[in-house]
Design a protein around this ligand. Structure first.
Ligand code: ATP
Length: 481
């Protein structure tokens, strides 16, 4: 739905941390609507992006030679670099740049009791609606955004032949077996979220790092959900990466920390260079809130397919730790020396998807311009996340230009991702770099040898600066910060 990714008629029932509790349909509350005078995003951008992503090596369909595997994607050379840059920035801002957050890399497979305690075995499900006529299946909270396979394509239920069932629950966890026997006693799950690995390790991290509350644990890792209606390219997939941070605080200080984390997380997205007018907060209303959560806000981005969540910031109270304490029989309380108090900390969570953020960055960066009668496609990535920072291009394949260019390229690539290209007309080579979002191109020309200088061309303005050959590296490093 253009302009509002949330169906106003149905309340969102399921999230990973929100075992399904109710099928009541409630309208969503949307705060902050900054888009009154802006054009809507162009829906055709998604098709163009999917094609560019494949052509230029950002993202490929998984197992494509066998016809592909539904909603599973592989990252090519540029995509893996882009996603890595996003994850590195997240990790740097939370773990490296702060004293009060530690890193963790917990295993994907966990004790099955973890998922009983968390509520995922009992309730991690999407309410689904089946059509008895065409056999298609739809998420009950996304009916207005779904399309019926009958022609002409309409929303499910809109054709006279449609025959929809009542919403029913489907568990989204992938199951497998551990050990040689495929029996119920050896069932394990592929984790549907990374957070549980943090909760069950919180005392290990606390004691080994000598942190004190308030402190946080951050983790980046794969998660798996057997989504029934995945889609929109890498927006909702069955295998994805999460970037989750759980911040443990003293009860009573949770509201203040919650507000602090909201500010920090929105600032992080603005730091990725995203258009602030396409970002907003969505507050979960009472009916939409998980039963244990005290407050929950989503950071939403306006995609060509509507406003959608990219990160959740949740005040989870002591729900998770008390569940694990109860199910494991182990005390998980924190002892506060200064006050001689024992308590279960409250948790403020920030939970983002690395793939979803990568898609956000790509959608936000994509633009088309007419330049001298020709279409120019530009991925306007912020330099810090661009997969390649600089391309080195000899103007001609003669007069020693390739040799000088290669020398500069070999020097630059020791410090930053660089690319060398001497094939074809210079205009075409610039366009190829524009299309993958390389912020700068350095051209070696006939004056370079004599004057020891190069031209640096800016992707966005296409303006060119003349810079000393020996200064090129520091010129770039300064701009990358
Ligand atoms: P949605 O309703 O959009 O599926 P959710 O509310 O279930 O998302 P959470 O369980 O809160 O999501 O997960 C936190 C973050 O993990 C989301 O904001 C999103 O960025 C990412 N995420 C969740 N499910 C997927 C998925 N299937 N594919 C890609 N990213 C996902």
């Amino acid at each position: 739905m253009a302009g509002n990714g949330h169906n106003p008629h149905y309340h969102k029932v399921r999230t990973s941390k929100k075992p399904a509790v109710s099928l009541r349909f409630r309208p969503c509350a949307t705060l902050f609507h900054p888009d009154q005078y802006r054009p809507m995003p162009d829906p055709s951008v998604m098709d163009k992006l999917v094609s560019l992503a494949k052509r230029r090596g950002f993202v490929f369909q998984s197992s494509e030679v066998y016809g592909g595997l539904g909603s599973v994607w592989d990252y090519g050379p540029l995509g893996v670099a882009l996603k890595r840059n996003i994850k590195d920035r997240w990790w740097h801002s939370l773990v490296q740049a702060r004293d009060d957050i530690e890193g963790l890399d917990a295993a994907i497979l966990m004790h099955p009791k973890v998922w009983e305690a968390s509520g995922h075995v009992g309730g991690f499900s999407d309410p689904m609606v089946d059509c008895r006529a065409c056999k298609a299946r739809f998420r009950a909270d996304k009916l207005a955004e779904s399309r019926c396979p009958q022609k002409p394509s309409k929303t499910p239920g809109a054709h006279s032949a449609c025959d929809l069932t009542e919403p029913r629950q489907f568990n989204l966890m992938f199951k497998t077996f551990m050990g040689p026997m495929e029996e119920s006693a050896s069932v394990v799950y592929l984790r549907p979220e990374t957070a549980q690995g943090i909760y069950v390790n919180y005392l290990n991290v606390l004691n080994s790092s000598r942190q004190r509350i308030p402190f946080g644990i951050a983790q980046i890792g794969k998660a798996f959900r057997n989504e029934i209606t995945p889609g929109n390219f890498i927006f909702r997939t069955r295998e994805f990466e999460q970037m989750e941070m759980q911040f443990f605080v003293k009860p009573g200080t949770d509201e203040e920390w919650f507000e602090r984390w909201r500010v920090i997380r929105m600032a992080w997205y603005l730091g990725l260079g995203l258009d602030s007018a396409r970002l907003r907060w969505h507050q979960h209303e009472a009916g939409e809130l998980a039963h244990y959560a005290k407050a929950a806000y989503d950071i939403e981005y306006e995609f060509p397919f509507g406003w959608q969540e990219i990160e959740g910031v949740h005040n989870r109270t002591d729900f998770d730790l008390s569940r694990h304490q109860e199910h494991s029989g182990k005390k998980l309380e924190y002892f506060e020396q200064a006050t001689n108090e024992r308590y279960l900390p409250y948790i403020v969570e920030t939970s983002a998807g690395a793939d979803r953020v990568a898609l956000t960055v790509m959608v936000d960066a994509y633009r088309e311009e007419m330049v001298e009668g020709e279409l120019r496609v530009v991925m306007g990535f912020a330099p810090q996340v661009a997969p390649i920072k600089v391309a080195v291009l000899p103007l001609m394949k003669k007069d020693g230009q390739p040799e000088l260019a290669l020398e500069l390229y070999h020097d630059l690539r020791t410090r930053l991702p660089a690319f060398y290209d001497d094939g074809g007309a210079i205009g075409r080579r610039y366009r190829r770099q524009d299309e993958i979002g390389t912020p700068w191109c350095i051209t070696i020309d006939h004056d370079t040898a004599a004057q020891r200088s190069v031209t640096i061309r800016h992707r966005d303005s296409m303006a060119q600066d003349r810079v000393g050959l020996d200064q090129a590296r520091s010129w770039l490093m300064e701009r990358l910060g």
